[in-house]
Design a binder for this molecule. Structure first.
Ligand SMILES: Nc1ncnc2c1ncn2[C@@H]1O[C@H](COP(=O)(O)OP(=O)(O)OP(=O)(O)O)[C@@H](O)[C@H]1O
Length: 719
């Protein structure tokens, strides 16, 4: 019945969509409205397509009342809900009810389907009946969870909407406001929870969030690809997935650099480095310079320029916006020099030589001086000097120049060659310091606004005209007419909204976009400079910060949530902890515990939810043996995780290993494997992983906890 209803809903939306496309022509405004409507229908259709698999996955039988079916979306008929969206309050007992706290539910049913066929049911008896049911046979409540955890991994993360656990549900449904930190060991479902939280927030705060959008930050593009299907499968779009390196529109940060350099660039002290670098770009001539303008040779020295520089700096404006003040000051100086030469009146105190009244020492008036300044401002030689002393700078130009000239050897870099991810927060910070001379863009926007306003005024005029035509004269005054209730400005704004793109798309192209909510995954890796950037994108501080301090691998990463967050929210953040590992089987977790027993500080391993009966294997050998081990691995996904220093050797020995997670076997360093999981992991030379970085213990912890089924630890033998 539910699928039948879904088909009907789809057909209806398809008809609407086709109707929109059939409408041709019209005013630009009408076309834009039609496009927006069509986009809305297309999104809705995509949403209906996305929920085809597992449309309904649960049922709650209240102690009294009709059963509720729980699914990926809500489906209603006029009298009653046919399917309750998993995010609705009514669905909550499906995730949190226990035998003891049953929320008035007597039975919870997990419904398994393949396509449109029901393939299995797992029932849990709750509340008063639970004890009786337990006496009759084992409860099967965990069956769906264990079945989900035992399935092969495919290189794409799946949603967990059918089996969300109570501690995860609390995080997912936590209120949107403020900063929520979700700390948990590997495999506790932090990423899954973060994504479901995004879906929950979009459902619950649809109005606010669809306008401002939700940003989800992940550590690298591979990870983003890995999680990219989860939200669409929950029928949610409108979310921007990005790495911190993607957040400067127009810059693609693909260049690589040593971890030590990235660490330096991520330090908070880089703000001072940039501020100082920018002050150095606001120069005065150290030795006097001469500028030839027309036939005059003008002279500019530091004493001429310093007052102009001081005035510009003291204005409190950003660099590019303060430049006109500096320019005006210098032009005054130059104009005065010319005026002195051409306007000087030697007989000013005795114009006619007969002791008559004195004039002024200079014959040029204010208008002449203004002309002089304008001529000077247009003169190429003068412009070149001004550009040298106080240049208009883009963030890219500024940072390129700074790297090229800095005395800090580790940051020194010749221009060209592209940007690294660690450069992006610096570019963003630079943009904040430089300011954008956006007068042209603002003028353009103002012209567009006027056009919208004129159009809206036209709409109001027409409606006012038709109203007076339809209404009797004496009644007219009493009927509020559309023009009374809706100012043209408001109407124009409304059209502006309609003609706009979805928030996520607009946000991706706009550096100053403020998101409605920001979720930061693998947040322990974020550097202080990148935090500054992320906080700028989220002035409301409605954030979910997800990570594990024990897995911090990047040198500039985080060692304490309080330390990271206090500059932005003091101690006004809340912590939720996840304690159960759904990924790593008990055997692998125990093995990891043994290998990391001497970690300092000690690592608090999460509690594994299941056991496979398969102990990790240890092997020693050469590249050929490694290849054999990879070949022997059973079905499902496989990753060979290597120390950075072994990557080339293993890649040469096992050319069949790929990079794309969709391939059956991949070769990854620990950094690349962060946040991912595979059925089988072959971990190469764990001691080298540990030795390769000051954060080697964390790296090894990450590497040991990527397998869902089997772990083989391989060490290269001598030679
Ligand atoms: N409630 C659940 N039901 C089914 N599967 C779950 C559940 N919770 C987590 N999982 C699965 O456990 C695995 C680990 O989840 P996830 O990657 O979100 O963990 P994580 O805490 O982010 O790990 P890491 O710290 O390694 O990044 C995933 O396959 C996820 O689908």
């Amino acid at each position: 019945m539910l699928y039948h209803r879904l088909d009907e809903m789809r057909d209806r939306v398809r008809d609407h969509l086709a109707g929109q496309w059939r409408q041709a022509g019209g005013t630009p405004q009408a076309r834009s409205q039609r496009d927006t409507a069509a986009r809305g229908y297309a999104e809705r259709l995509a949403r209906y397509e996305a929920v085809e698999q597992g449309l309904c996955f649960g049922r709650l039988d209240p102690c009294d009342g009709a059963p509720l079916h729980i699914g990926r979306i809500g489906i209603h008929d006029p009298e009653r809900p046919l399917l309750v969206d998993w995010r609705a309050a009514a669905a909550r007992p499906f995730y949190v009810a226990t035998a003891v706290t049953s929320y008035g539910i007597s039975r919870r049913r997990h419904i398994r389907t393949r396509g449109r066929t029901v393939t299995g049911l797992d029932d849990e008896i709750l509340g008063a009946d639970a004890a009786a049911a337990a006496a009759g046979g084992p409860l099967v409540g965990e069956a769906a969870l264990i079945a989900a955890l035992d399935t092969h991994r495919t290189g794409r993360m799946r949603d967990i909407v059918e089996t969300i656990q109570a501690e995860q549900d609390r995080v997912i449904r936590s209120a949107a406001g403020g900063v929520l930190v979700v700390q948990g060991g590997p495999g506790t479902g932090k990423t899954a929870v973060a994504l479901h939280r995004a879906a929950y927030l979009l459902y619950t705060y649809r109005e606010q969030l669809s306008a401002r959008g939700v940003l989800i930050i992940g550590p690298n593009p591979t990870f983003l690809r890995y999680i990219s299907q989860v939200l669409p499968s929950l029928a949610e779009t409108g979310v921007l997935l990005a790495t911190p390196g993607d957040l400067f529109p127009g810059v693609v940060a693909r260049r690589t650099e040593p971890a030590e350099v990235a660490e330096v660039k991520g330090r908070a002290e880089m703000v001072d480095f940039l501020v100082q670098g920018l002050r150095d770009r606001q120069r005065v001539p150290l030795t006097p310079i001469e500028i030839e303008v027309d036939r005059h040779v003008l002279r500019l020295d530091r004493y001429d320029c310093e007052p102009a520089r001081r005035r510009a700096r003291d204005s409190g404006l950003l660099h590019n916006l303060a430049r006109p003040i500096f320019v005006a000051g210098v032009l005054d100086v130059l104009a005065a020099q010319i005026a002195e030469r051409i306007g000087d009146d030697p007989f000013w105190d005795d114009p006619l030589g007969e002791d008559d009244a004195p004039g002024t020492p200079n014959v040029l008036d204010d208008a002449d001086l203004a002309d002089l300044r304008a001529d000077l401002a247009a003169d190429p030689a003068v412009r070149a000097v001004l550009d040298d002393l106080w240049p208009v700078l883009t963030p890219e130009e500024f940072l390129t120049g700074l790297y090229a000239t800095t005395t800090r050897a580790e940051l020194r870099r010749a221009p060209g060659g592209g940007w690294t991810p660690a450069d992006v927060p610096l570019l963003d910070e630079a943009a904040e310091l430089l300011g954008e001379d956006d007068r042209a863009a603002r003028a353009r926007e103002e012209r567009r606004r006027r056009r919208r306003l004129e159009y809206a005024q036209g709409v109001l005029d027409i409606s006012a005209g038709s109203k007076s035509y339809e209404a009797e004269d004496d009644v007219e005054a009493e009927i509020p007419n559309v023009a009374d209730v809706m100012e043209a400005e408001m109407l124009a704004e409304r059209y502006a909204d309609r003609e706009s793109l979805p928030a996520a798309e607009r946000a991706a192209a706009d550096r100053s976009w403020a998101f409605g909510h920001v979720i930061v995954d693998e947040a322990q890796e974020i550097s202080p400079m990148a935090w500054r950037l992320l906080m700028r994108r989220c002035p409301s501080r409605s954030m979910t910060v997800v990570g594990d301090l024990a897995q911090t691998g990047s040198l500039g990463g985080c060692v304490s949530w309080g330390q990271v967050l206090s500059p932005y929210v003091a101690d006004r953040w809340r912590l939720a902890e996840l304690t159960v590992s759904y990924r790593t089987p008990a055997e692998i977790m125990a093995y990891a515990g043994r290998l990391l027993a001497d970690a300092d500080p000690p690592i608090d391993l999460p509690r594994p939810v299941r056991s496979t009966g398969v102990e990790p294997r240890e092997e020693v050998g050469d590249a050929a043996r490694l290849a054999e081990l990879v070949g022997e691995a059973g079905a499902g996904s496989l990753a060979v995780i290597v120390p950075r220093g072994r990557r080339a050797k293993v890649a040469a020995a096992l050319p069949g290993l790929g990079q794309d997670l969709e391939e059956p076997a991949v070769l990854l360093t620990v950094t690349q494997a962060k946040g991912l999981e595979f059925d089988t992991v072959v971990l190469v030379d764990p001691e080298l992983i540990r030795a390769e970085s000051p954060r080697g213990v964390s790296d090894l912890y990450v590497a040991l906890t990527r397998a869902t089924q089997r772990l083989t630890v391989f060490r290269f033998g001598p030679g």
